[in-house]
Design a binder for this molecule. Sequence first.
Ligand SMILES: [Ca+2]
Ligand SMILES: [Ca+2]
Length: 106
Amino acid sequence: MAIKNYHTVHKGIHVDGNMCRSKNKREMTMAEFKEWIRRFDEDKDGRISRDELREAIRATGAWFPSWRTKLGVKAADMNRDGFIEDSEITNLAEFAQNHLGIRIMP
Ligand SMILES: [Ca+2]
Ligand SMILES: [Ca+2]
């Protein structure tokens, strides 16, 4: 089943290949997104701070003013402690899809 899924997705990429292969377009699964965002957890506290998120956004090559980074944290930070923890990463993934050109595959 996993192979079949991959094939379907792969075919999808092929059809609108130009868009998906553009420089800022990234595709990843939720697990890959989590792994990717964790690389920016510099103080290793398991949460993503606003500064750490800014670094992550910078790494995508997206031009993104800091007030929008703040908005990203706000959008994902459900319990409003100023950090994005593990359970909030799915919200961040949604934000990344809408604003960073990252596509999260199911
Ligand atoms: Ca951190
Ligand atoms: Ca939080």
